[in-house]
Design a binder for this molecule. Structure first.
Ligand SMILES: *[C@@H]1O[C@H](CO)[C@@H](O)[C@H](O)[C@H]1NC(C)=O
Ligand SMILES: *[C@@H]1O[C@H](CO)[C@@H](O)[C@H](O)[C@H]1NC(C)=O
Length: 368
């Protein structure tokens, strides 16, 4: 007897439902912690001056409107979500982050923060690292109520995390003002050792909570951003003290991550050498399609590096040919280059292995 049409339809629907469930199970939750390089709108919900919710921020975002991202369009977390086939995460403070949306993950980042609690002290009400981690714990409670403890443990252990911190501990702390409290307390070399020690504690805490794949980005070439050129550069040369700071911080970060991994006995922490990608397009902008890596697209004054990007700022017509969107933050195009190296870069860019390798390894593990 030939199966009836409705039976066919039944099997087809069941198959479709099962396939969708499988696809959903494959998409891993994604968590984001850190500063303005990765904040996607948490500060919109806070009474703080560290925000990017005015035009022309977001001018190249699909909505063409500001979102709180410090970018003309997508930022690094968006592009990672796209590369791994996930929806973009919502800011943790978004009222839309409820129900099934929680299973996509969450972005806890907050512009202005650093490794240290006293970093970004001029910004009130931002979510410093203890607060971001407390929100992760609250998130886990909420997800447990939704899908139960066991499934939540699985979601957490199979998740992917991005952590971007450190730049502000120099720019908005040690070097914020001449004779800052931290610079009177520590020589630069000792300060770097201190913040790496504090960073280690933060990462260890994430491991204790159950996160097992954490991309940790170093800082870019801090002294070469348009804001620093505007203040310190007469000929377009990078600020020496901040370059020295980044030069000390990045290798010690990688050493610390390697030592953490050895202690844990797994490749939980993956170091991303953003400095290398940035140096690539700073040393040879034309090769990456940029007309300049010194002048910000949106800003004012020398290098468009003074003050904030506001509706009154100079604005370049084509954002894709600028490495920097505003005085501190890369353009979407530059973010794409950074994420490309995260996905498929060699160990000069990401260590011990790139994200496409991690995804393949983890998929193989889950399917056995
Ligand atoms: C930062 O603040 C948290 C709690 O608010 C505290 O537990 C932690 O020790 C502080 N970190 C440093 C380096 O002072
Ligand atoms: C990075 O990714 C590519 C593509 O998946 C892979 O072929 C390559 O070997 C990876 N690792 C390194 C260290 O280059």
């Amino acid at each position: 007897m030939a199966p009836s049409k409705s039976l066919c339809l039944f099997w087809f629907s069941l198959f479709t439902i099962l396939r969708n469930v499988a696809l959903e199970a494959d998409a891993r939750a994604f968590f984001v912690f850190g500063d303005s390089l990765v904040d996607n709108g948490n500060n919109n919900y806070l009474a703080t001056t560290a925000r990017a919710d005015n035009v022309p921020y977001g001018i190249d975002y699909p909505t063409g409107r500001p979102t709180g991202r410090f970018s003309n369009g997508f930022n690094i977390p968006d592009l990672i979500s796209q590369a791994i086939g996930s929806e973009a995460t919502l800011p943790y403070l978004s009222p839309m982050l409820t129900g099934q949306k929680l299973l996509v993950g969450a972005n806890f980042a907050s512009a202005g923060v650093g490794i240290l609690n006293d970093t970004g002290a001029q910004f009130i009400n931002i979510i410093r690292m203890p607060g971001q981690i407390a929100y992760l714990e609250q998130y886990i409670q909420r997800v447990s109520q939704l899908i139960g403890q066991q499934e939540t443990d699985r979601l957490i252990s199979q998740s992917l995390t991005l952590m971007t911190l450190g730049g502000n501990d120099f720019v908005n702390n040690y070097y914020l003002v001449p004779f800052s409290a931290r610079s009177r307390q520590f020589a630069l070399t000792d300060y770097v050792v201190y913040i790496i020690t504090e960073y280690r504690k933060i990462l260890m805490r994430l491991h204790e909570i159950g996160l097992r794949r954490v991309l940790v980005t170093g800082t870019g070439p801090l002294g070469c951003v348009p804001a620093e050129l505007a203040q310190h550069s007469s000929n377009g040369e990078c600020s020496e003290q901040l370059q020295r700071a980044a030069g000390l911080f990045n290798p010690q970060l990688q050493t610390m991550l390697d030592s953490l991994n050895r202690e844990i006995g797994s490749h939980t922490f993956i170091g991303v050498n953003i400095r290398q990608t940035n140096l690539d397009f700073i040393s040879d902008p034309a090769r990456y399609g940029f007309v300049t890596s010194k002048i910000a697209c949106c800003g004012q004054g020398p290098y468009n590096g003074i003050g904030q990007c506001t509706p009154q700022s100079n604005l370049c017509p084509n954002r894709d040919i600028y490495a920097f969107w505003d005085p501190f933050h890369p353009s979407e195009k530059a973010n794409r280059l950074i994420v490309q190296q995260i996905m498929i870069g060699s160990t000069d860019y990401i260590s011990p292995m790139n994200l496409s390798t991690i995804m393949a390894l983890d998929a193989a593990q889950i399917n056995v």
